[in-house]
Design a binder for this molecule. Structure first.
Ligand code: CP
Length: 308
């Protein structure tokens, strides 16, 4: 049993061992208890400074990291790129080095370019946490997804997971595929063939272009947001057709197992990839994922910044 992570950074689930994943999830169990208290604060990261550096919009991840840091008593600084010197042309390298000069303990970064967190992690002494980079990875999303699955299903081995939607552009799908395979789950991906990468099977997943087949026998269905700009690029014919063929609704759900759980990283397009009644229905864990995101990010911050 390990008690620390081997890297100073969390850049992806690809680099985590199964033991490290379990360490984060087990630590998050204790962190979740803190969030259920009347006074939701412990002094674990008192005196530590965490910078949230988001180059892309975010509701869940940015807020969740901020709440996580504050519940552990860290000082959390949010940098809005639109009001920073980035708009004056400052490079990512210069921004990162200037932030480092203020001696933070962790920089949490979201960026539209794959590899941006890895790039700054090599420049900075402090921990760098990937909060989503391009179509590459979103490790804390996958970890909170695993935490949510374990809460309901108790163990991972042998679970059948279907990830449905725009697999090609999804950092959530990639991080989940890496993490789920490591934990012994069987992953299937489904969606329009234009949105499924060639050779995805090499990542250890099965592919079904028929969503009904992907849903049959699944313990977990993870719907992905369809990025509406993809339609302009001709990657699927129309929103209506996408919804009819690949969207999850009550009718398609009749093919699912009785104890299936439905997940979505958010933000959701109601009525497109998931119908409102399914998103709000009894199988949906979408808001549990958000709740658990705080606990998982508390665990990651605590493990990386070495709280007392
Ligand atoms: N799941 C997720 O990354 O949501 P945000 O873009 O709102 O952070």
């Amino acid at each position: 049993m390990i008690n620390k992570l081997k890297s100073k950074d969390l850049l992806g689930t690809k680099d985590l061992s199964p033991e490290e994943i379990l360490l984060i999830l087990d630590t998050a169990e204790s962190m979740k208890e803190i969030s259920s208290r009347d006074i939701k604060k412990v002094p674990a990261l008192r005196g530590k400074t965490i910078i949230n550096l988001f180059y892309e919009s975010s509701t869940r991840t940015r807020t969740s990291f901020e709440i996580a840091g504050k519940r552990l008593s860290a000082d959390v600084v949010n940098i809005s790129v639109s009001t920073s010197s980035v708009v004056k042309g400052e490079t990512l390298k210069d921004t990162a080095k200037n932030l480092e000069a203020m001696n933070p303990d962790a920089v949490v970064i979201r960026h539209s370019s794959s590899g941006a967190p890895d790039f700054i992690s090599k420049l900075l002494r402090c921990s760098v946490i990937n909060a989503g980079d391009g179509a590459h990875e979103h490790p804390t999303q996958a970890l909170l997804d695993l935490f949510t699955i374990r809460e309901k299903k108790k163990e991972f081995k042998g679970l059948k997971v279907s990830i449905i939607g725009d697999i090609a552009h999804s950092r959530v799908a990639r991080s989940n595929i890496y993490a789920m395979n490591k934990m012994g789950m069987n992953v299937t991906v489904s969606g329009p063939s234009t949105l499924i990468p060639v050779d995805i099977e090499k990542m250890g997943v099965k592919v079904f272009t028929d969503v009904k087949k992907a849903i049959e026998g699944a313990d977990v269905i993870m719907m992905l947001r369809i990025q509406l700009e993809r339609q302009e690029k001709g990657l699927f014919p129309s929103i209506r057709e996408y919804s009819r063929l690949f969207g999850l609704n009550a009718e398609k759900l009749k093919n699912a197992k009785e104890d299936v759980i439905i997940m979505h990283p958010g933000p959701i397009n109601r009525g497109v990839e998931i119908s409102a009644d399914v998103a709000d229905g009894k199988y949906s864990l979408i808001l549990d994922q958000v709740t658990n995101g705080v606990a998982v990010r508390m665990a990651v911050l605590h493990l990386l910044t070495g709280g007392v």
